[in-house]
Design a protein around this ligand. Structure first.
Ligand code: HXC
Ligand code: NAP
Length: 279
């Protein structure tokens, strides 16, 4: 079954009509790691629903390009460079946004690093680097946002991965880091629920045209072999993750906190051994 035909058969054109425009009108969203890929897709989705967007990542050039892209689509957007491993830099970037637009309504923690490496060949610094970006970074982003959040009503969203619960060869660093991200999500949900702050996570499956999948399935053969295993038989689109983020940010999700949502074409049903990522 060809991926694209199956894609169209399942999803058709419904994608354009999923949400009421203006659902998030007047909200301010900060997206860490928002200069590319899935996270930029989330920024676009939140913007389409009416939110003002602030993106940040390490590279000032990539942030500027993302802001220009969002503005060219008619959205209200700003951005600044910050490494999520640097708490003070993240806090300063958020303070700038809050000064400009007021309390933060939506905070997305999506910065991540990944590469394929066998544990026996991975240096301590290689392991630490990914844990620092994904796990410490998620703590930093949410912790730095805490004094600036809308109360009640703020929605925090971590971007995790199936690797958090399904062990994978050659990804011990990312698996351990994302497992920690899941627990940060659930602990903060519990601690901050009393203040009307919801904390959830999205666990994307394989998403087309992303750096993540370029790194995990770098050849056409690897991609085809991987795709054949996915229960829905196709990669997801950035829009699929964006729409879930819009939902979790909206009033429709007001009673949901501490939840981790798979958006993965059924991939998680198969467990970690389904595909052998070769380093
Ligand atoms: C083995 C590697 C390596 C590799 C880096 N290292 N790449 N080890 N194989 N391919 C080691 C280095 O040798 C070094 O250890 C340590 O990691 C730090 O490397 P730096 O290059 O100094 O790190 P830094 O500049 O901070 O860059 C971080 C990075 C890089 C993660 C290494 O790839 C990056 O910037 N990635 C961001 C983009 C990205 O990864 N996107 C995909 C995310 S998607 P030594 O010991 O030599 O000092 C994703 C999707 C799948 O995560 C979901 C799964 C969870
Ligand atoms: P991507 O395009 O590489 O996105 C990663 C973003 O994080 C980039 O904007 C990058 O920009 C930023 N970033 C990296 N390190 C950072 C740091 N230390 N501080 C601040 N920002 C940093 O990758 P993607 O594939 O779209 O992945 C996005 C998210 O989805 C990640 O959390 C990933 O784990 C998750 N995910 C992806 C897939 C997939 O199919 N792709 C599957 C499951 C989960 P700079 O380089 O400018 O810093």
């Amino acid at each position: 079954m060809a991926g694209n035909n199956h894609d169209a058969a399942i999803f058709g054109n419904a994608i354009v009509t999923r949400f009421t425009p203006g659902l998030l009108q007047g909200r301010t969203a900060f997206i860490a790691g928002g200069s590319s890929g899935i996270n930029l897709g989330i920024a676009e989705g939140l913007a389409r629903a009416g939110a003002r967007i602030a993106v940040s990542s390490r590279s000032a050039d990539r942030v500027a390009a993302a802001v220009a892209d969002l503005r060219a689509q008619g959205f209200v957007a700003t951005g600044s460079a910050a490494d999520v491993r640097d708490f003070d830099a993240v806090a300063a970037a958020m303070a700038q946004v809050a000064d400009q637009w007021g309390a933060l309504d939506i905070v997305v923690s999506g910065a991540a690093g990944n590469f394929l490496a066998a544990a026996k060949d991975l240096s301590a610094n290689g392991f630490k680097t990914v844990v620092d970006i994904d796990l410490l970074g998620t703590f930093n982003v949410f912790r730095a946002s805490y004094p600036l959040l809308r109360r009640p009503g703020a929605a925090l969203i971590a971007i995790t991965a199936g690797q958090a619960v399904h062990p994978q060869p050659n990804q011990i660093h990312a698996c351990a880091a994302k497992a920690g991200v899941n627990m940060v999500t659930r602990c903060l949900a519990l601690e901050w629920a009393g203040e009307g702050i919801r904390v959830n996570a999205i666990s994307p499956g394989p998403i087309e045209n992303t750096e993540g999948m370029r790194r995990l399935t770098p050849t056409a053969e690897a991609e085809a072999a991987f795709k054949a295993l996915i229960p829905l038989r196709c990669y997801g689109a950035k829009r699929d993750i964006a729409d879930l983020a819009v939902y979790l940010s909206s009033e429709a999700a007001r009673y949901i906190t501490g939840a981790i949502f798979d958006c993965d074409g059924g991939m998680g049903l198969l467990g970690g051994g389904a595909y052998d990522f070769n380093g």
